[in-house]
Design a protein. Structure first.
Lengths: 252, 252
DNA sequence: CTCCCGCCTGCCGTTACGTCAGGGTCAAGC
DNA sequence: GCTTGACCCTGACGTAACGGCAGGCGGGAG
């Protein structure tokens, strides 16, 4: 029913010094002391310690942990639910890192060179939530968006490598075409626009000509997309936009 | 091809100060400087940074990370394999925490009270590896051991709750019997011994009478087991041992 | 009564940065 | 050519979460 520091430390897998520290900062003070001044922990203290350790494992600073635990509006069950949720989020994050590693392993086997952005995708501050929120706002709750998400979540590393390879191949060809001076409404340019549409259809969602031109206009309106294409080759964004429109008109 | 601190920081999701720090301690010094003294990072630096961040995420101290990365006997592929392995270990650990949480949620729903040991199972220093290594040494590569492991790995929280409940029920009854003064070779004691054998058979592995008596002797020889039973009630370990032997003889 | 282990309270050390302070740099715009 | 704002530099001190040690009391086994 009552435990000394050493016993608590052993069963909880922490050091005595840690318990002293938690006592010192008021995060976990034992419910009592012996006449000699020895700390005595009871079951309630252990329960609290368990909460502390879980939240600590999840990366919270101790001060915040104190606030969370002392929140009067949180019963034990609420903590369990919360920790469960946080744990699954962390696991998901680590699994993303695993797929990133697997991706890199595949890429290195195939001698594909990763860009810095790809390298740090899992760390970078592109903030998937932000991204996703923006995409949702922009795309709305359209069928295409949901379809894309549904399909994308099914792809494995091999698929992504294929997509990447296809995309890079296509990119090289349109850059070459732009450099060659062929106009954006030339048959070659329109063919590449058509190919772009089919890549999207094959891998992400059914992309009609109408949807395709809408996509092209969005590319132009969104600085993030234009800068992406402009970085590949200056003038490419506008060139692609024009080619997509020409293609849609000629095939309609 | 060459990046400033700020650019590197943004893409890698760290602060500029962190890069300064890594430079300061020699963990990651940029390959060059501009005439004005600005740090210039190239692709190789970014690659190294990526390694650093992965190992950091995995909880390694920076000094150790430097040693790992500068290990001449580790090519990029080896790092990928290593990180992959470490990540899966961490994921497994977190998943154990999840099952522990789920276990606690179930237990709290059913109003079952957890013991401190159970509470800290996932943290405690019982060191599963140590445990497992010992069990393997002790049990050898027996069929029973493998069977037990195979079955145990299939159980979910509900199963464990059932096992726990059954076990506690059995425990209460044998403690009561011991307290009642019934001798260890009384029919009641032998019935409880038989029940013990069947619990093991049902949940873990086929437990013959011979195996059962062997198990009982091992309990007696192993201080960890005896102290477990002695903690429940003094004299219980020896009582159970005797009852199991009596039961095996009478049914043989 | 002694011995050894466990507990106590300072107090300084360490890791991995955060956070200014004080001062140069660079590209853009007037 | 000059300003301006964003970006870079080097100290230097601060912080969180303990680790580790010193110096001293407590307590039960022999």
């Amino acid at each position: 029913m009552a435990y000394t520091v050493g016993q608590v430390a052993r069963v909880a897998g922490v050091t005595v010094r840690t318990l002293h520290h938690y006592d010192g900062i008021g995060l976990l003070s034992p419910s009592g002391r012996t006449p000699a001044g020895y700390r005595r922990y009871n079951d309630a203290d252990l329960q609290r310690l368990q909460l502390v350790l879980y939240y600590r494992e999840l990366g919270f600073p101790l001060e915040e942990i104190a606030a969370i635990i002392d929140d009067p509006a949180a019963d034990p069950a609420a903590h369990l639910r919360r920790q469960h949720e946080l744990l699954t989020v962390r696991i998901k994050r680590l699994q993303e890192m695993v797929t990133a590693i697997e991706f890199a392993m595949e890429a290195s086997k195939l001698n594909i060179q990763l860009t810095p952005e790809e390298r740090f995708e899992v760390f970078g501050d592109f903030e998937p939530e932000e991204h996703e929120a923006e995409a949702e706002q922009r795309w709305g709750d359209t069928d295409a968006y949901r379809e894309s998400n549904r399909r994308a979540s099914r792809y494995g590393r091999d698929d992504w490598l294929r997509i990447k390879a296809e995309n890079e191949d296509w990119g090289r060809r349109i850059v070459a075409l732009l450099a060659s001076g062929a106009p954006a409404d030339s048959p070659e340019a329109m063919d590449l626009a058509e190919e772009h549409r089919q890549i999207i259809s094959r891998w992400f969602y059914e992309c009609s000509y109408e949807v395709h031109t809408g996509l092209a206009d969005m590319y132009m309106a969104d600085e993030r997309f234009t800068s992406h294409y402009e970085n590949i080759a200056p003038g490419l964004a506008a060139y692609l936009n024009e080619a997509i429109h020409a293609n849609a008109i000629s095939r309609a």
